[in-house]
Design a protein around this ligand. Structure first.
Ligand SMILES: [Zn+2]
Length: 239
């Protein structure tokens, strides 16, 4: 079952109405959703599904289903069973998601300050990291922080660009992340463009203007193995 992914066209959609399509042991499928399923290193959304009676079903996590563009909303333990066909109001935990969007976009900016192949990455609401295949001596926390924040201060609008699988195949330099290849099979690939800074395949949620990131700080740099030098960042002013 394919779900209409409202976050893909509007990352700022905080709520929506949707119908229950199926209730599986693994989670609830809806005909449309604002809940981002864990993927591309970004954590899945949490929030609530609200029934017509006003009863709130907390969503503990969101994951991809087996089919392309299918999404499983995972209810918190012990919540009542929903019915197929039932109409719900969806609400994501917006402060949490917005922190994820700011940190996620910050990683795009930072990936242009640290110029090296990316071997991994992760984004949680509190902190985000990229792993690079780079010599440790080339990673200077103060420089990464200063240069990333200088780019953020340019306050550039982000854009979503779609290209075909073939166009991506013709431009392999666009794929910085060695471990996470962009999803194939749908015939087209979504790119995040930060004009003048970054262009790469990404299905995640981003802020409209990089100024919304504010500023980042480098929390930690450490070696996680020969090809994994991990740079962990947080938002300035975040708890
Ligand atoms: Zn992204």
């Amino acid at each position: 079952m394919m779900t209409e992914l409202l976050f893909r066209d509007d990352a700022y959609a905080k709520s929506a109405t949707a119908k229950v399509v199926a209730v599986h042991e693994r989670g609830i499928e809806l005909d449309r959703t604002v809940f981002y399923p864990v993927g591309g290193g970004q954590a899945g959304d949490t929030g609530a599904l609200i029934r017509a009676t006003g009863e709130r079903i907390p969503v503990a996590d969101t994951r991809k289903g087996e089919a392309i563009d299918s999404v499983l909303h995972i209810p918190a333990a012990g919540t009542p069973q929903l019915e197929s066909g039932e109409t719900l109001t969806l609400e994501i935990d917006w402060p949490r998601r917005y922190a994820l969007m700011r940190l996620h976009t910050a990683l795009h900016v930072m990936s242009c300050v640290v110029v090296a192949p990316v071997t991994g990455g992760n984004i949680s609401p509190e902190k985000a990291r990229l792993d690079f295949d780079i010599d440790m001596s080339l990673l200077d926390a103060a420089r990464i922080e200063r240069e990333t924040n200088a780019l953020i201060a340019r306050a550039i609008e982000t854009e979503t660009v779609w290209i075909t699988d073939e166009e991506l195949d013709a431009r392999p330099e666009l794929v910085k992340t060695m471990s996470v290849q962009p999803p194939r099979g749908a015939g087209r690939v979504r790119l995040l463009k930060i004009p003048g800074i970054d262009l790469q395949p990404c299905g995640g949620t981003h802020v409209r203007n990089i100024a919304e990131i504010g500023a980042i700080r480098v929390l930690r740099i450490r070696s996680e193995g020969k090809r994994n030098r991990r740079v962990e960042i947080g938002l300035v002013g975040a708890a």
